[in-house]
Design a protein around this ligand. Structure first.
Ligand code: NAD
Ligand code: TYD
Length: 332
């Protein structure tokens, strides 16, 4: 058996990762470390409750992290504060969890000589012009815009330094925007689905022209497994489906698929510093590791996600009230 420590395993991507790992990889014994912040939810792991060890704790707790890492063979580090709008409002938890938390993981994997895979985002590269064929590559210089992106960039640079200077056996991945079940309703796609299901109108920031590359969470997690299995140590892999869409196109697609007029949305004040466009060149992971998204296109993955939110209102109802209260303070 391989003992795997998954940090942030009660969050959106981490919980999907834990469930898919247990379903397809019987060789793994999984421990989840999660602080259960507003974004974590133990109920996302209900179906595997008896098959994992769950530790309620903080990645910044160095003693705890040291013990859990010592008891593991491989660490997949998802835990983070993850929402740009929250980071613009109050950056402190981002600096703490994303930077100091990653440092705490690095100290332990170095001390115990364990394998680390660090999960990150394409937002570290800043943004691209709206109408250009340009894409981020693994060599694109870091140019983060938001406190969230800057804290993730810092964590990536720490991992790269620990790999180079201390020989820590680490890989990194920077993925485009994810969508899928169990995503917090503060995020763009679930926020709009939950609004429509609550007889409210979707909200687009600015003119809705900003572009994101939408990757299904299961495709992201398949890529993570390939990297853990066969990724080159010290390397970074960009992950993205290739499906770029403006936010307006996404909302129009959603509204139509939910039986409403495509223009039944509202424009709200823009996010400060709003990145225009993200797009990843994922040639490296496709060529080296043979990764292919099962959902190369948002239209293929979205209907099942809409169904999931329709069937699981118990999961998101209360959290929606909390996140909409936060958005009201921000005027969005
Ligand atoms: P999320 O906010 O849904 O989940 C984060 C999880 O981390 C939660 O369960 C939370 O309780 C936990 N956590 C937060 N602070 C912690 C701490 N101090 N100690 C222990 N646990 C803590 O986030 P997500 O969308 O699942 O993102 C997971 C990772 O993937 C992050 O590193 C994020 O930067 C990265 N990422 C996300 C996306 C995306 O589109 N969501 C895209 C690319 C990369
Ligand atoms: P988000 O899910 O916050 O991800 P990120 O900012 O990390 O890319 O937002 C995705 C895009 O959707 C981004 O351009 C901001 C925009 N957006 C809206 O237009 N309306 C909303 O209600 C939200 C939450 C986001």
């Amino acid at each position: 058996m391989t003992r795997m420590l998954v940090t942030g395993g009660a969050g959106f991507i981490g919980a999907n990762f834990v469930r898919s790992t247990l379903a397809s990889r019987p060789e793994y014994e999984v421990t989840v470390l999660d602080a259960l912040t507003y974004a974590g939810d133990r109920r996302s792991l209900d179906s595997v409750r008896d098959d994992i060890r769950f530790v309620h704790g903080d990645v910044c707790d160095e003693e705890l992290v040291d013990r859990l890492v010592r008891e593991s063979d491989v660490v997949v580090h998802f835990a983070a504060e993850s929402h740009v709008d929250n980071s613009l409002h109050h950056a402190d938890p981002f600096i703490r969890t994303n930077i100091l938390g990653t440092h705490s993981i690095l100290k332990a994997v170095r001390r115990h000589e364990r394998r680390l895979h660090h999960i990150s985002t394409d937002e570290v590269y800043g943004d691209l012009p709206l109408d250009s064929p340009e894409r981020f590559t693994e060599e694109t210089p870091y140019r983060p815009s938001s406190p969230y992106a800057a804290s993730k960039a810092s964590s990536d640079l720490l991992v790269r330094a620990w790999a180079r200077s201390y020989g820590v056996a680490a890989t990194l991945s920077n993925c485009a925007n994810n969508y899928g079940p169990y995503q917090h309703v503060e995020k763009f796609i679930p926020r709009q689905i939950a609004a429509v299901l609550s007889d409210e109108r979707p909200k687009l920031y600015g003119a809705g022209l900003n572009v994101r590359e939408w990757t299904h969470v299961d495709d992201h997690n398949t890529a993570v497994h390939l990297i853990v299995d066969r990724g080159r140590l010290g390397e970074t892999y960009l992950i993205g489906s290739g499906d770029e869409r403006s936010n307006r196109e996404v909302v129009e697609l959603l509204l139509r698929s939910m039986g409403l007029p495509a223009d039944a949305y509202d424009l709200v004040p823009d996010r400060p510093g709003h990145d225009l466009r993200y797009a990843c060149d994922s040639t490296r992971i496709r060529q080296e590791l043979g990764w292919r998204p099962v959902f190369p296109d948002l239209t293929a993955g979205l209907p099942a996600v809409v169904d999931w939110y329709r069937d699981n209102q118990w999961w998101w109802d209360e959290r929606r009230q909390q996140s909409e209260a936060r958005y009201r303070l921000l005027g969005r």
